[in-house]
Design a protein around this ligand. Sequence first.
Ligand code: NAD
Length: 439
Amino acid sequence: MKVAVFGLGYAGTVSAACLARADHDVWGVDVDTEKVKVVEAGSSPVIEPGLDELVHEGVSAGRLHATTDGVAALDGADIAVVCVGTPSTDHGRVDLSQVERAVGEIVEQSRVAKPPPKGLRSIVIRSTVPVGTVDDLVVPILSVDPPTGWRYGVAMCPEFLRESSGIRDFFDPPFTVIGTDDPEVAAAVTELFAFVGQEPRVVRTREAEALKYVCNAFHATKVSFANELARLMRCLGVDARNVMDVFCEDTRLNLSSRYLRPGFAFGGSCLPKDLRALLHIARVNNVDLPLMAGTLQSNELTVGEVVDRTIASGGRDVALLGLSFKAETDDLRESPNVELAETLLGKGFRLRIYDAIVNPARLVGTNRSYIESKLPHLCRLLSDSAAEALKGADVAIVSSTDAAAVEALLDDPPRVVIDINGRLGRDVEDLPGYAGLGW
Ligand code: NAD
């Protein structure tokens, strides 16, 4: 394919050189004449292991060109990849002026450049951009000047390379993501990246934009998590390197998809208690753990969000389907659902609760004393069936996925259904009053 790559910085030069290695006809474009001269001469304008050699190889083979002339690059190009900078400005605001200008230039230059041979020029945004940028900034620029005889398509394909291992990451990315609603663009970009040998994930444009930020936020959080706990461990005479070595061996819970699905707040008899203990130990030792403290705070916000949504619904009668902190257990200790029930009662809502497993007559020990102190009216609030709990309810707050609860919801749906679990299934999600907690 003929590919024009706009921006010859780190991401753009690695992309251009690797795409040329993959036998594409690649034209790198930059407004910086110095960078263009360096690439034209067969060197890399940025320091990155192996990149000089790869640029040299591409230029010598005639598969990689560099120019300031976008028209030459776009002449007959199937794809234009946008790799310009998206720097941070005041308060973290992303400066999108380079993207705006580059896409504007593509439109201007495409007026004179030869059209794409297959009637489609796919504009692939590879720069990291906030959610909505493609729809709100890129698409309007492309639609100002509809070309005759061919058309533009657009996709967001985030770049996952890391500096210092950029080439390796380019050829072996964690995934190839194509964010587009346009099947022809998806097919063109799939062809562009066929050499990676990976089935691409075609997702919505906004999901692809979000994914890059989610990945980077997670990576940053991992670094701070390790460093924050190491600060405390050192104080306690523990070598955090040894702890993390063992920690990382657990690929079932620690390094896995567990605990990473959006849903309701964490709770139960261990996580809140042990996090509070860690914070206490840190305080005693004068160590700040802002990430851990923020985690507890964030958890409270998750409960608060459901309360706020319930208030905003305008209803007074609420059915809470699911009470224990996890399905198939009757452990109510620090269940965030109990916390939620308590808050709603305190705010004057009329509450009915259904839980397939929790039966007050069977609760014993700490579980019983916990519920007696937290929700002394539990017996009065509990319904024998989901249908009974839902009778007359304006709002259902649902974490229970048991078939009886789902069936009752579908039979007698309240005006508002707040799904705090995310696994209720299509039928419930199609109800008119359905709203997911974080989706
Ligand atoms: P960079 O600042 O090093 O390079 C951007 C290049 O774009 C510059 O050379 C600039 O002259 C050029 N440019 C600006 N406007 C142009 C225009 N209108 N036409 C042609 N060229 C133009 O930036 P970078 O580090 O390569 O990052 C680019 C994007 O990729 C950013 O959004 C970044 O977040 C993302 N990204 C970077 C990396 C990385 O490892 N650096 C990894 C993944 C994603």
